[in-house]
Design a protein around this ligand. Structure first.
Ligand SMILES: NC(=O)c1ccc[n+]([C@@H]2O[C@H](COP(=O)([O-])OP(=O)(O)OC[C@H]3O[C@@H](n4cnc5c(N)ncnc54)[C@H](OP(=O)(O)O)[C@@H]3O)[C@@H](O)[C@H]2O)c1
Ligand SMILES: *[C@@H]1O[C@H](CO)[C@@H](O)[C@H](O)[C@H]1NC(C)=O
Length: 321
C-alpha cells in the first residue's frame, strides 16, 4: 500500500480513538499516581553517608543544593570554576552536617575536567550516588542585537554539553550504586520568552537529552529533571552573557527581565529539588505554579505568544540600547 495513504488512514481511523483512549486511561492513571505518591514518601531515599557530586556549586541553586544535601548528612564533591567560593561552600556544608565535603575546581565545558572531577570523587569517597548537573549560564539578548553570534555558543557548551560530559563519566559509578542523575533544566525549556532564545534552546536540549537517558539507563539509574522558575541567584541578579557576548552583570537588563516575576529563594528551591530526587520523582517543577502555565502552553500556545509579544514591546521601550 502507498505510504501516504497509510498516514491518511491513521489520521482518520487511529488518531481519534487514541485520543479517546487517553481520556479513558487518564482517570485510573492519575488515581494510581496518587497512590504511588504515598509509597514514594514512605520509600524516600536516605542520603546520609552517600556521595553527591554537584556541578556549579559555587553560588545560587547549586550552593544551596550542597547545604540541603549536607543537612541530610550526605558527603559532597563540589565542582565549579571559582575555587575560593567552593571552599567556603564546602566548609559551611560540613558545619551543616556533611561528614566530608571536598572542593574540586573544574570547567564543565572541558571534557577532561569532567573525567577528572568524577575520578577525583571516586578516589576520595570510593563511590557516587547522586550526580547533580547544575552548572549553567544565561545569555540574554535579542538575536538581532547580538554583535557576534558565536559568543552565545557557551549556552550549549556549559548548559548542554557540560551536563552530558559529567553524566557520561558518572554513569558506570551510578550503575554500581543504583544511583540518580538530577538534571537542572528550566521552565524556559518550554516557555518562550524574548531575549532568552539561546538559553531556552540549551535547556530544551537538556530536557530532551535526559528524558531519553531515563529510558536508556532504567532501571539502574533514576533520572530527575528539574525545571525551576525564577530563583534568586547570581543569574537572576543579572549575571548574563550580554548582547556584547561577555559574562557580566547587567543591572538594567536584570530589571527588565526579572522584575516582572516573583523570585523564589534558592533555599526553598534546593529543598524541593532534593526532596523530589530522594522520592525518585521524574520531574520537579519549582515553584509548582509554573505547571498551570504549561497547561496554557499545551492547549493554547497563542496565549503565551501574545503575552510574551506584549512583554517584548513593553520591554523594548524600557531598554535604551
Ligand atoms: N536562577 C534561575 O532563575 C534559574 C531558573 C531556571 C534554571 N536555572 C538553572 O539553575 C542552574 C544554576 O544556576 P543559578 O541560578 O544558581 O545561577 P548562578 O548563581 O549563576 O550559578 C551558576 C553556577 O554554575 C557555575 N558554572 C558556570 N559556568 C561553569 C563552567 N563552565 N564550569 C563549571 N561551572 C560553571 C558557576 O560557577 P563558576 O562561575 O565558579 O564556575 C555557578 O556555580 C543553571 O543551570 C541555571 O540555568 C536557574
Ligand atoms: C579516570 O579513571 C579511569 C579508570 O580508573 C582511567 O582510565 C582514566 O585515565 C582516568 N582519567 C583521568 C583524567 O584521570
Amino acid at each position: 500500500m502507498d505510504q501516504d495513504l497509510i498516514h491518511t488512514l491513521i489520521n482518520i481511523f487511529v488518531a481519534p480513538p487514541a485520543v479517546l483512549a487517553l481520556f479513558l486511561f487518564l482517570r485510573p492513571y492519575l488515581y494510581l499516581n496518587r497512590r504511588l505518591s504515598l509509597f514514594k514518601t514512605l520509600l524516600s531515599e536516605d542520603v546520609a553517608g552517600k556521595v553527591v557530586l554537584i556541578t556549579g556549586a559555587s553560588s545560587g541553586i547549586g550552593e544551596h543544593l550542597a547545604y540541603e544535601y549536607a543537612r541530610r548528612g550526605a558527603c559532597l564533591a563540589l565542582v565549579a570554576r571559582r575555587e575560593y567560593l567552593l571552599r567556603e561552600v564546602a566548609a559551611i556544608s560540613e558545619l551543616l552536617g556533611s561528614p566530608n565535603a571536598i572542593a574540586i575546581p573544574g570547567d564543565v565545558t572541558k571534557v577532561e575536567d569532567c573525567e577528572r572531577f568524577v575520578n577525583a570523587t571516586i578516589e576520595h569517597f570510593g563511590r557516587l550516588d547522586h550526580l547533580v548537573a547544575n552548572a549553567g549560564v544565561a545569555p540574554v539578548s535579542l538575536i538581532e542585537d547580538a554583535s557576534d553570534i558565536t559568543r552565545f555558543a557557551p549556552a550549549m557548551d556549559i548548559n548542554f554539553w557540560g551536563s552530558v560530559y559529567s553524566t557520561y563519566f558518572a554513569i558506570p559509578h551510578l550503575k554500581r550504586s543504583k544511583g540518580k542523575i538530577i538534571a537542572i533544566s528550566s521552565c524556559a525549556a518550554w516557555l518562550p520568552a524574548p531575549r532568552m532564545s539561546f538559553y531556552s534552546a540549551s535547556k530544551a536540549a537538556v530536557l530532551a537529552m535526559f528524558e531519553t537517558l531515563r529510558i536508556e539507563l532504567a532501571p539502574d539509574i533514576g533520572v530527575t529533571i528539574v525545571t525551576p522558575g525564577v530563583i534568586k541567584s547570581e543569574m537572576s541578579e543579572g549575571k548574563f552573557i550580554t548582547q556584547r557576548g561577555r559574562l557580566e552583570v547587567d543591572e538594567e537588563m536584570r530589571n527588565v527581565m526579572v522584575n516582572i516575576v516573583p523570585v523564589e529563594s534558592a533555599e526553598e528551591c534546593a529543598k524541593a529539588i532534593v526532596k523530589g530526587a530522594c522520592r525518585g520523582e521524574k520531574y520537579v517543577v519549582e515553584p509548582s505554579w509554573y505547571n498551570s502555565l504549561l497547561l496554557w502552553k499545551v492547549f493554547c500556545p497563542d496565549a503565551i505568544e501574545w503575552t510574551n509579544r506584549f512583554f517584548l514591546v513593553c520591554s523594548r521601550a524600557l531598554v535604551k540600547r
